[in-house]
Design a protein around this ligand. Structure first.
Ligand code: SF4
Ligand code: SF4
Length: 377
């Protein structure tokens, strides 16, 4: 395992940080996590050298922190740093903050949080956090030793990222970044700004919701033609670790082989590890993906549940996969599940709740119409 500098914090974090948002039950995303299996995966990662775990109050329908807490018994807590998050949109008062933090400590079975993040900030949420006094509360927690580092995760445009990072004495930031998002969200400019301030950057969505792990034929042809052979996952992670500002790359695993593969990959990657030819390959891969992607949905499920039962991420996944891989969107179980479960876009009443929750700022209502027309053409 490679260990990387956390900017000004003077600590070393594993290049591979285990994301605890994507444990599943019986193989499909969104099903309740299998706790025993998830505990096994977490411990396997830690035994392999991972020392950074990322969770949040809301992950896995509020069960992720409990699973992590159980996994960190038997001496595992002392081997890792924990990052978890306060959901600002559920806070209305000081009492709410205190209750939220206390419940997170209890679920994680710990007396302190290493990296405590304000979850999914944009400018609007940051202004709300300040109005509620969350910024002062974080200061108090740090002074009391209840948290070690004050942090935020971010979803929004670059100018809002610049405003937030310059408006408080943050210790760490977590951003969405991958080779498709160089000019999206905080992007490369945001990464470099944080680096210039000595603030370590934790990366989420490094595989863009899994899309970069499954290369369509036009992308695979580029990888196959390149003299050095690596998997799509390895190329994506290698590209991220090439950036010196990156502290750790989060990867959510749901199978043992994924943990093992990550342990292998993150044993070899370091800043400046990619050649000019390799960087050119990734530029070409980016263009190949862009030529076929219908919508930038990462499958994060922040928009769910839809009050009218529309399975938004599943509709968008069918749309993208059909375009990327040339498959018939109506041929498999996914389409049947949507129709049988009355979860199709025809049930949308355009209430707008999903668009307000989407960290990618997607025009969900209109896109659902386009997607359904494409799928049923
Ligand atoms: S706008 Fe449509 S899809 Fe979105 S939450 Fe409302 S009913 Fe559901
Ligand atoms: S539509 Fe937006 S909120 Fe919903 S899964 Fe996709 S990216 Fe996430």
């Amino acid at each position: 395992m490679q260990y990387r500098n956390f900017g000004k914090l003077n600590i070393k974090g594993s290049a591979f940080g285990l994301g605890c948002m994507r444990f599943n039950g019986e193989g499909s995303q969104g099903s309740p996590a299998n706790t025993e299996k998830a505990i096994g995966l977490i411990r396997k990662a830690i035994d392999g050298g991972v020392n950074y775990l990322d969770t949040a109050f809301v992950y896995l329908d509020q069960t992720s922190e409990t699973i992590v807490g159980k996994a960190l018994q038997d001496g595992y807590r002392e081997k890792v740093t924990i990052a978890t998050k306060m959901p600002i949109d559920r806070i209305k008062s000081r009492e709410d903050m205190e209750n939220m933090f206390a419940s997170e400590l209890q679920k994680l079975q710990t007396d302190h949080i290493d990296f405590y993040l304000m979850h999914g900030l944009n400018k609007e949420k940051w202004e709300l956090a300040k109005k509620l006094g969350v910024d002062k509360y974080f200061n108090e927690l740090k002074e009391a030793g209840k948290i070690r580092f004050k942090c935020f995760s971010f979803h929004g445009p670059y100018d809002e990222f610049e405003y937030i990072i310059n408006d408080y004495d943050w210790d760490m930031v977590q951003i969405q970044y991958n080779f498709m998002d160089v000019e999206n969200q905080a992007g490369t400019k945001g990464l470099e700004l944080a680096g210039s301030k000595g603030i370590p950057v934790v990366i989420m969505e490094g595989l863009l919701g899994g899309r970069l792990a499954n290369a369509p034929d036009n992308v695979q042809a580029l990888y196959d033609a390149f003299p050095v052979k690596r998997s799509a996952v390895e190329w994506a992670f290698r590209w991220l670790c090439n950036h010196k500002e990156v502290a750790t790359v989060l990867s959510g695993c749901n199978e043992e082989y994924q943990v093992e593969d990550n342990l292998r990959i993150f044993d070899t990657v370091e800043a400046g590890c990619m050649s000019e030819d390799e960087l050119k390959l990734i530029d070409d891969v980016r263009a190949a993906y862009q030529s076929r992607t219908k919508i930038g949905c990462t499958g994060c499920r922040y928009c769910m549940p839809c009050p009218n039962g529309v399975s938004i991420p599943e509709v968008f996944r069918l749309w993208n996969e059909s375009s990327l891989y040339g498959t018939d969107p109506k041929a498999g179980w996914d389409y049947k599940r949507l129709v049988d479960g009355q979860a199709t876009p025809e049930n949308c009443i355009e209430c707008g709740a999903c668009e307000a929750a989407c960290p990618q700022y997607l025009p969900i209502i209109e896109s659902l119409k386009d997607a359904w027309a494409y799928i049923n053409k």
